[in-house]
Ligand binder design. Structure first.
Ligand SMILES: Nc1ncnc2c1ncn2[C@@H]1O[C@H](COP(=O)(O)OP(=O)(O)OP(=O)(O)O)[C@@H](O)[C@H]1O
Ligand SMILES: [Mg+2]
Length: 290
């Protein structure tokens, strides 16, 4: 068909506007274009609706798989916990010589077993911790407490490990207002941060400092260790994240810290530079006056 003829094909219509008779001209090519766009739009909307349903379905499937993974991890951890506990207590008894004298070589072998069992126990405990925190079983049991006591007891327990690595560990604790917190859970936070600081520092020091504002207290665990690249910082507090996967541990410590601190109404973050040490800082609201 002749294009210019199509272009010129017009439809004349009469319409009345404000009483005056007016001629309205509609270009049929324009109408066809409009119809085509409308059809394309309807097609696009149908496609979007189909994609939305597919996504919704995939999300539901993922949720089920995620739940299955959590249940599997929890069940496996429970299964491992009991034999691991008896293994570590028996190895400890053997090492202490309570079940008879041991030769040096036997002692060395048992020390290696003990260290591995202890590490496995720690991983199992962390998996159980995160699953209990996620499921809401481990909600904080809030009591008035002095954070300095929590910090001091963690530092005392961490000293032998730091010394074995020649890393100096010090605390600078200011007088802090009381906080409302769960002692056992907050101990886990400080312990995870201090353990990391020692684990990722080969020389230098680990320093735990505190300060306080009107409504909150601040705890900072600083080290002179390997540091973390800027690109990795946003993922540090997610489950199973490790910068280097050959690092011992399941990669749950920081996720546990974040869950606990946020359950107390606080915040946690990291400041670090690759090769330049790290600082992990968290805040907790101070106890309101009763
Ligand atoms: N002080 C630190 N210095 C350098 N890197 C750190 C430090 N703390 C954490 N990281 C990095 O963040 C990762 C996650 O830390 P997280 O404590 O969650 O797991 P992990 O220590 O590897 O294992 P675990 O579950 O036993 O704690 C670590 O593997 C490490 O790569
Ligand atoms: Mg850790």
């Amino acid at each position: 068909m002749n294009n210019s003829k199509v272009l010129q094909e017009k439809r004349h219509m009469n319409a009345t506007s404000r009483g005056a008779k007016k001629e309205l001209t509609i270009d049929t090519k324009y109408v066809k274009k409009l119809n085509a766009s409308r059809m394309a739009m309807v097609g696009l909307m149908k496609e979007m609706e189909r994609a939305r349903k597919e996504l919704e379905h995939a999300y539901e499937e993922l949720k089920v798989l995620d739940q299955m993974k959590d249940e599997f991890l929890e069940m496996t951890s429970h299964e491992l916990k009991t034999p691991l506990t008896s293994m570590s207590s028996f190895v400890q008894l053997l090492l202490d010589g309570k079940l008879g004298e041991l030769k040096e070589q036997q002692k060395t072998g048992l020390e290696i077993i003990f260290e591995d069992v202890r590490r496995l126990e720690d991983s199992v405990n962390k998996i159980m911790d995160i699953s209990r925190l996620d499921s809401g079983i481990a909600t904080p049991n809030l009591k008035n407490l002095k954070l300095q006591d929590v910090i001091q007891s963690v530092v005392e327990r961490a000293k032998p490990l730091a010394e074995s690595k020649n890393v100096k560990i010090t605390e600078k604790i200011n007088k802090l207002p009381a906080v409302k917190g769960d002692k056992m859970l907050l101990e886990k936070v400080v312990r995870n941060l201090v353990d990391n600081a020692i684990k990722f520092t080969d020389k230098g020091e680990v320093l735990i400092e505190t300060s306080s504002g009107k409504d909150y207290v601040v705890v900072c665990v600083r080290d002179t260790g390997i540091g973390i690249g800027q690109g990795d910082i946003p993922r540090l507090f997610t489950k199973f994240f490790q910068v280097d996967h050959s690092t011992p541990g399941p990669g749950l410590g920081l996720c546990i810290c974040k869950t606990i601190v946020e359950a107390h109404g606080g915040k946690i973050w990291a400041e670090s530079k690759l090769g330049g040490g790290s600082a992990f800082i968290f805040t907790l609201p101070v106890k309101e006056n009763d």
